[in-house]
Design a binder for this molecule. Sequence first.
Ligand code: HEC
Ligand code: HEC
Length: 361
Amino acid sequence: MRMLTGKFTRIVLLLLFLGGLYFLATHKHRQREETRQAPVVLTPGCADKLGRYGLASADYYQSPYLLQRTRTSMKVRGYSDEDVRAIQRGCNIVDDTQGTLAKDKGLERWNTTRFIRGSHASCDHCHQGIGDKQDAAGNRLKGSLSLGASWAMADMYDRFTGLLLPYELRQMQCYINSSNGYKPNIADDVIRDVTAYSRFLSAALGLKIGNHYEEQGIDEIAASATPKQGDDYVRGAALYRHKCQGCHGPQAFGTEANGRVVAPALAGPNAWNMQSRNYFHYVSTILPGFICRNMPLGEENTLSNQECRDIAYYISNLPRPAGDRQGPLMALQQQMLMAVMPPLMRLTGSGRSIEAPAPER
Ligand code: HEC
Ligand code: HEC
């Protein structure tokens, strides 16, 4: 008889446990559905961009950007209310990856901090113009990491991994390495929303699927595009001090004011990791290309190819998190360097701040 009650309690406990799991799953499911249905409060940048591109739920969509630039515009399939909210959330994610502007940090889906280790990384720091960088006249810019052009390319042969990567996987790589974080599930709303936003961008810009456009990716700078003086750490350090330190800080660990990022980290715990394509020793052409086209902010395109390579080489020799394929020893070494270097450099006076205009942001 005792044996029987023992068995009975065990079965009841098991059922309770399974019931709990079931309840948890349905609860999470309902929560996700609620956030999908909730109206989206746009960041100021997204309100401006999506407003200019005429995003609204309707039977068809006609791009104001195309109409203005080419005087012709096609009617394409429109968006439902649900599509519009997904596009809005996607824009918010790219513009405000860390959810700084989110009022309800727990619920608002664009708060993606759960996928990112550091407190600086934001898609818009690298994919500038909220993934759609343009000059004052509205021209798209070569090598500006455009998300619209990237979506239009559909599956991409990736020369580093040798794989054919869909748009979702390319996003996931950016969470893991460029943002030094964790991989969202491929079906996570975070991935779907950014995909929806990128697809909308390509419609707004009139890009045709399967084509390659100049604004996709980076305008890379190979060593062969320099006078072949070799990449130089010392020249890079001096240039960094004069051109970048005022914003990015004496040790390139980034600068913050009132808890907000003023200029993101280029090294240290908040920066991209050693497996990102931004890491010079992994791919030496991408970071120099980014720097030449996009920095110093406000004086873009003023550095020579050699200068950009020198700075990139210097930055990449500063300590940063190891990637997840480098193993625990490398991770430990980098963590130690990041802890020891800053006080050491302050002590020896190297990397001391120099006179530079304060960043306006
Ligand atoms: C520190 C800079 C950086 C950050 C932050 C960053 N990216 Fe990237 N992203 C890159 C670089 C560099 C590439 C690779 C470009 C190449 O291979 O030519 C890239 C590639 C991509 C691609 C593929 C582009 C293509 O055309 O193949 C997507 C999609 C993407 N990123 C999305 C994101 C999203 C979403 C976020 C925010 C969660 C993000 N990125 C954050 C630098 C960054
Ligand atoms: C006037 C301030 C300022 C100066 C000077 C400046 N930057 Fe930046 N930098 C920024 C800001 C702000 C961002 C974020 C991009 C954005 O929001 O548009 C940024 C982003 C970056 C990024 C993107 C990667 C990341 O960490 O997310 C790199 C790389 C970078 N800067 C390198 C440099 C280099 C190298 C120099 C010197 C040649 C430089 N910057 C000079 C303000 C500056």
